[in-house]
Design a protein around this ligand. Structure first.
Ligand code: TRP
Length: 363
C-alpha cells in the first residue's frame, strides 16, 4: 500500500507558524484578490469582547482588505462535546448578528456566512477525506485531547475524533487558501494541509484539486477574564458580552479583580490583572498601556475602572447600536444566511464534481 505512506502529520511549532504568518500577511496586503479566506466558529452563543479583540477584529480587517471570505458556522461541531442542541438555531442567528455588527459586510458580493449543516456537498467530502488519515493520527491531535478532558465526558463519540477531518471539508470545499486561527486550531490546519496533499498525490497527481491552505496567526493578545488569571470565556463567567448594556458593562468592571498596590503600573508579569484592564483600555482607545498607567498614577483601581468603563462603552457604542437594529430584523439575518448557503453550495457542488471525477466515480 502506498496510500498512507510513511509520512506523518507534522503538527509543527508555534514559532515557525508565526514566521510564515508574517510573510502571508504581507501577501494579503499586496494581492488580496489572489486569496480566499475561510474562517469559522461553533454556534455556542453570543460573542464577548475577548472574541472581538482576539479574532473578530482581525477578520474584519482582512475582510476590508478585499479578500473573498467564507465564514462557516460549524453547527455540527456543537454535537461533538456537549449534550445540548436546543439553542443551535438561535445561536447561529446571534453569531451572525455579531459578525455583521462588527463590520463584516456580505453585501459586497464576495463575503458569505453559512451554517455547514445546510451544505450537503461540503459534508460529503468528509467520506473520501476520512480514508486519507489514520486512526492513530486522529488520536494524537493535541487540541482534541484537551477538548476531551475539558468536556468531562466518560465515553467519547466518534464525531469528536473525526471533527478535524470535517473541518478539512469546511476549508477545502471552496479551496480556501488562508485560515485565520488561534494557536489551538493549528493542529487542525496541519491535518487539513495533509489531507489536501494526500488527496492530490493519490487522485490528482497531474492537476492538483486542492491548494494547501495556510494558517494566519494574529498578533492580537489573549484577553484575560475580569477575574484575572484565566482566558476570558463564557464558561468561566468572566466576560463582557458585546451585547452588554453600558450599565451592565459598568457593573461587571466594578467587580473586576485588581491588586492591593494603589499606584497603577503596566507590569504584565507581576500585575496580570491590572495589566489586562490597561490592555483593554489600550485596545479601545489606541493608546499605549504604559502611558495610560502613568496618567492614572496613584488614582488607583477606582480610576482605572472608571476609565475602562468609559473607553469600552464609547468604543462599542456604534457596534451595540448596529447590533440592536440587526436583532430587530431577524428576516434580514435569515436572508444573509440563505444567501451564504446558496453561494457555499455553488462552490461545494463544483468541488465535489471535480473530486468524484478524479476518483473515477463519474457516470
Ligand atoms: N473548530 C473551530 C472552533 O472551535 C471552528 C471551526 C469549524 C473552524 N470549522 C472551521 C475554524 C474552519 C476555522 C476553519 O473555533
Amino acid at each position: 500500500m502506498t496510500l498512507m505512506t510513511t509520512e506523518h502529520v507534522d503538527y509543527g511549532t508555534f514559532e515557525a507558524a508565526m514566521a510564515k504568518s508574517r510573510v502571508l500577511e504581507q501577501d494579503l496586503q499586496n494581492t488580496p484578490e489572489k486569496h480566499k479566506l475561510l474562517t469559522g466558529d461553533r454556534p455556542t452563543g453570543r460573542l464577548h469582547i475577548g472574541h472581538f479583540f482576539g479574532s473578530l477584529q482581525n477578520r474584519v480587517r482582512l475582510h476590508k482588505l478585499g479578500v473573498p471570505t467564507f465564514i462557516v458556522i460549524a453547527d455540527y461541531q456543537v454535537l461533538t462535546d456537549r449534550d445540548t442542541f436546543e439553542g443551535i438555531s438561535a445561536n447561529v442567528h446571534e453569531l451572525t448578528v455579531d459578525y455583521l455588527a462588527a463590520g463584516i459586510d456580505p453585501t459586497d458580493g464576495k463575503t458569505f456566512i453559512f451554517p455547514h449543516s445546510h451544505v450537503p456537498e461540503l459534508n460529503q467530502l468528509l467520506l473520501p477525506f476520512l480514508t486519507l488519515v489514520t486512526n492513530a493520527e486522529l488520536d494524537r491531535n493535541p487540541t482534541v485531547k484537551e477538548e476531551i478532558v475539558a468536556s468531562g465526558q466518560k465515553s467519547i463519540n466518534a464525531g469528536m475524533y473525526t471533527y478535524p477531518v470535517h473541518q478539512a471539508a469546511d476549508i477545502l470545499f471552496c479551496k480556501g487558501t488562508v485560515v485565520p486561527v488561534g494557536k489551538d486550531q493549528l493542529p487542525h490546519l496541519e491535518l487539513t494541509r495533509t489531507i489536501a496533499r494526500r488527496f492530490n498525490n493519490r487522485f490528482a497527481k497531474d492537476q492538483p484539486v486542492f491548494p494547501e491552505p495556510q494558517p494566519l496567526l494574529s498578533e492580537a493578545p489573549i484577553i484575560m477574564g475580569l477575574d484575572g488569571g484565566q482566558k476570558m470565556s463564557k464558561s468561566r463567567n468572566n466576560t463582557i458580552m458585546l451585547s452588554a448594556t453600558e450599565d451592565e458593562t459598568a457593573r461587571l468592571i466594578k467587580r473586576a479583580k485588581t491588586d492591593a498596590d494603589r499606584v497603577i503600573t503596566y507590569d504584565p508579569d507581576n500585575r496580570p490583572e491590572v495589566a489586562n484592564l490597561l490592555m483593554l483600555i489600550s485596545l479601545s482607545t489606541g493608546r499605549k498601556p504604559e502611558e495610560i498607567a502613568d496618567e492614572i498614577g496613584d488614582g488607583g483601581g477606582g480610576q482605572l475602572k472608571k476609565i475602562l468603563t468609559e473607553s469600552l462603552n464609547e468604543y462599542f457604542r456604534p457596534h451595540r447600536e448596529r447590533r440592536k437594529k440587526l436583532e430587530n430584523d431577524p428576516a434580514y439575518i435569515r436572508q444573509v444566511l440563505l444567501d451564504g448557503v446558496q453561494a457555499a453550495r455553488e462552490e461545494a457542488i463544483k468541488t465535489l464534481d471535480e473530486v468524484r471525477e478524479v476518483m473515477n466515480m463519474g457516470l
